[in-house]
Ligand binder design. Structure first.
Ligand code: 5FX
Length: 573
C-alpha cells in the first residue's frame, strides 16, 4: 500500500475509523486505504443572477445535473423589501435592485451548497449569466477590496462600501427617454444606431442609464471607478478583480459596435466622458478570464485552478442552454412570447435586438419580445371556446390553413413588436370587419401571432432554409394544434424542448466549452451528449404556398394598424 498526500478529490477510508470526526490533517494514523486512485470526475458550475432569484446548477462531464440550488430574493432576503427582486419607484418608470442584495445572495447560495456537502474542489470551471442591461457602479477603491477579500468574512461584510450606486438600474427601468433621444440624434438616427449597436435606443439599455446617472447624480458618477453589467459584476466577485464585459451581453448596452466587437466611439462620446476606461475592454463570451480568487479557495475549498469563463446575459445563456444551431429559431410561448434566432448575417432593424452570439464568435443572435402571448390566447379561448383548450384546438383543426384570407391582429395591451395596440380584423379583401365566428377568430389569432413572429424575424435577417428547426418551449408548447400552425406558418418542423433552467444549464455548458474553445472545439461538439429535442409537427404540404402569400398581405396590413397607433414613449424616430 502506498501512502499519498490527500487532496479533497481523493476518496479514502481510515483503517482506524478516526477520520469521521477529525479533520484529515489531524488524522493520527496517516494510514489511508486508497479506494479510488483516480480523482472524482470534474464538475462545471452555471450560475444565473436573474431578476427574482440567484440559481446554480452543477453538471458533470456527461452533462448530467448533479446539484441545483437557488436563493429567492424576496423571501430569503426580506430586509431588502423587494417585490419580484426589484423596487419600482414612485415615478413608476425607475426600477432598481439593491446591488448588495445580489452580493448577499451569493454568500447565502454558497453557504447552502457547503451545508449540503457540495464538493467545490471538483469544480473545474464556472460561468454564469445575469439579467441583461442592469448596471453595477463600483466605487473608487473597490478593486483593492476585491483583490484582498478575507476568507474569514462573507462578501457582504466586505463590500458594504464597494458601490457608488446602491440601487442598480435594471431591465424593467424605462426612465431614460431623454437620453435615448439624445443618443439617437448623436448616432444619426434610430436605424443608424441599430446598425451600429444591434438595437435602436432602449431606455433599459445600460448606456442610456449611465448617461442618466451622469446627468442626474454626477457626484455618484464621479465616485465610480468601474461599470459592470450584472453578469460581469458577478464574474468579478469570483475573480477577485474586475471582469471584462462579454460581447454578447455587451450588445445590450447601446454602446458596442456589434460588427467591430468593440465599443463604438460615437456612442461612448455621446454617453459619458472617459467611458472606455470605466467599462474596460470587452472580450469574447467564451474567454477564460482567470481562476477563482484565493477567497473562494480558502473559504469554500475551490481548487486554485478552477477557471472563471466570461459571464453573459440571461438570454444569450438561454440560447446556449437550448443548444440552438445555425438557422434554428426558438419560440418561447409564455406570458409574453420570446423569439431567439441564430443569425449568421444580421440586419438590425427598428424592432428587436441583435446581439453577438454567445457561443460562436463570428455569429449573431436576435431576440424579439412580443408582449401579447399566452394572456391573449387565454382571453380568446375564454371568449370563443368557453375556456376549453380542447375546444380551442378543435377550432384550429376544423378551419383551413390561411383562414380563407382572414387576417387578425390581437394586441390587448400595447405591443412591443410592433408598437401597436387593439384588435384589428381584415377580410380577404383587406376590408376591416368587426367580428368573426369563434372558429375563425381562434385561427386568426394563432396565425396572426405566428405570422408576426415570422415577419419580424425575417426583418432581422432570419430566413427559412432546408434544415431549419423551430424549437418550441413554454406553456403553450404543450398544445399540438398550436404547434401545427407554428410549423405551417414557418414551413419548418417543430420540436419541443424541456427548458426548466435553460439559462443556468447554458452557463454550465459554457463553462465546460470555455476550457476548450481556444483550441477550436465548437460549442455543439461539447454539448452533443445533451438530450435531443423531440419532433412534434411537420408542415402541411400546401403551407409554404399559403403562408408566403399571406405574409406579404400581413406586412401591409400591419403598416395600416401601426399608422393608427400613437407612438410609445420609447423613441422610434
Ligand atoms: C432582454 O432584452 C430583457 O430585457 C430581459 O429579457 C432581461 O434580460 C430579463 F432578465
Amino acid at each position: 500500500m502506498r501512502k499519498q498526500p490527500m487532496n479533497s478529490n481523493t476518496a479514502c477510508v481510515c483503517l482506524f475509523n478516526v477520520c469521521r470526526s477529525a479533520p484529515r490533517a489531524q488524522c493520527a494514523s496517516r494510514l489511508f486505504l486508497l479506494m479510488a486512485a483516480a480523482p472524482l470526475s470534474p464538475l462545471y458550475l452555471g450560475l444565473d443572477f436573474s431578476t427574482q432569484q440567484l440559481k446554480v446548477v452543477a453538471i458533470d462531464g456527461d452533462l448530467s445535473v448533479v446539484h441545483q440550488d437557488a436563493v429567492q430574493f424576496d423571501s430569503e432576503l426580506p430586509h431588502y423589501r423587494t417585490r419580484g427582486g426589484v423596487h419600482i419607484h414612485a415615478d413608476k418608470l425607475t426600477v432598481t435592485s439593491p446591488v448588495l442584495m445580489w452580493v448577499q445572495a451569493l454568500d447565502l447560495l454558497l453557504d447552502k451548497m457547503k451545508r449540503a456537502g457540495f464538493d467545490f474542489s471538483r469544480v473545474e470551471a464556472l460561468s454564469g449569466s445575469g439579467q441583461q442591461h442592469g448596471g453595477v457602479f463600483w466605487k473608487k477603491g473597490a478593486a483593492q477590496t476585491l483583490a484582498r477579500l478575507d476568507p474569514g468574512q462573507n462578501l457582504y461584510q466586505q463590500l458594504q462600501d464597494g458601490f457608488s450606486v446602491q440601487d442598480s438600474p435594471v431591465w424593467m427601468d424605462s426612465s431614460s427617454s431623454q437620453q435615448c433621444r439624445d443618443l439617437q440624434k448623436a448616432a444619426g438616427g434610430a436605424l443608424r444606431l441599430a446598425e451600429i449597436t444591434g438595437s435602436r435606443a432602449y431606455e433599459r439599455f445600460t448606456g442610456n442609464q449611465i448617461s442618466k446617472l451622469l446627468q442626474t447624480r454626477s457626484d455618484q458618477f464621479q465616485d465610480t471607478e468601474r461599470i459592470s453589467l450584472v453578469s460581469s459584476f458577478a464574474a468579478s466577485l469570483f475573480l477577485g478583480g474586475y471582469a471584462a464585459i462579454d460581447y454578447s451581453d455587451g450588445s445590450g448596452m447601446n454602446l458596442l459596435d456589434i460588427r467591430a466587437r468593440n465599443w463604438s466611439q460615437i456612442c461612448l462620446d455621446a454617453t459619458a466622458p472617459d467611458l472606455d476606461r470605466l467599462l474596460g475592454a470587452p472580450l469574447p463570451s467564451t474567454a477564460v478570464l482567470g481562476s477563482v480568487s484565493s477567497y473562494f479557495v480558502h473559504r469554500f475549498g475551490f481548487s486554485e485552478s478552477c477557471r472563471v469563463v466570461a459571464f453573459t446575459g440571461d438570454n444569450p445563456a438561454s440560447l446556449a442552454g437550448m443548444r440552438l444551431h445555425q438557422g434554428d429559431m426558438a419560440v418561447s410561448l409564455g406570458t409574453s412570447d420570446t423569439v431567439f434566432l441564430w443569425l449568421q448575417e444580421p440586419r438590425p432593424a427598428l424592432e428587436g435586438h441583435v446581439f453577438c452570439n454567445p457561443v460562436e464568435l463570428q455569429a449573431y443572435m436576435a431576440l424579439l419580445c412580443f408582449k401579447n402571448g399566452s394572456l391573449t390566447r387565454e382571453r380568446v379561448r375564454n371568449q370563443c371556446a368557453a375556456g376549453s383548450w380542447e375546444a380551442f384546438s378543435d377550432a384550429l383543426k376544423e378551419t383551413p390553413l390561411g383562414n380563407n384570407g382572414n387576417i387578425g391582429f390581437y394586441f390587448d395591451t400595447m405591443e412591443i413588436t410592433p408598437p401597436a395596440v387593439g384588435v384589428h380584423r381584415f377580410d380577404s379583401n383587406d376590408r376591416e370587419v368587426s367580428q368573426w365566428s369563434p372558429e375563425v377568430e381562434i385561427r386568426a389569432l394563432v396565425e396572426g401571432q405566428f405570422l408576426s413572429r415570422r415577419l419580424h424575424a425575417e426583418r432581422l435577417g432570419y430566413s427559412i432554409v432546408p434544415g431549419t428547426r423551430v424549437l418550441a418551449t413554454g406553456g403553450a408548447s404543450a398544445n399540438q394544434q398550436i404547434l401545427q400552425v407554428l410549423s405551417d406558418v414557418f414551413n419548418a418542423p417543430v420540436y419541443t424542448i424541456d427548458l426548466s433552467d435553460s439559462t443556468c444549464l447554458g452557463s454550465a455548458y459554457r463553462a465546460l466549452h470555455g476550457l476548450v474553445a481556444d483550441s477550436g472545439v465548437s460549442f455543439l461538439e461539447v454539448v452533443k451528449k445533451a438530450p435531443e429535442p423531440q419532433l412534434v409537427c411537420t408542415p402541411h404540404p400546401t403551407a409554404q404556398q399559403v403562408y408566403n402569400q399571406m405574409l406579404k398581405r400581413f406586412a401591409q396590413l400591419e403598416e395600416r394598424v401601426l399608422q393608427r397607433t400613437e407612438p410609445t414613449n420609447e423613441s422610434r424616430s
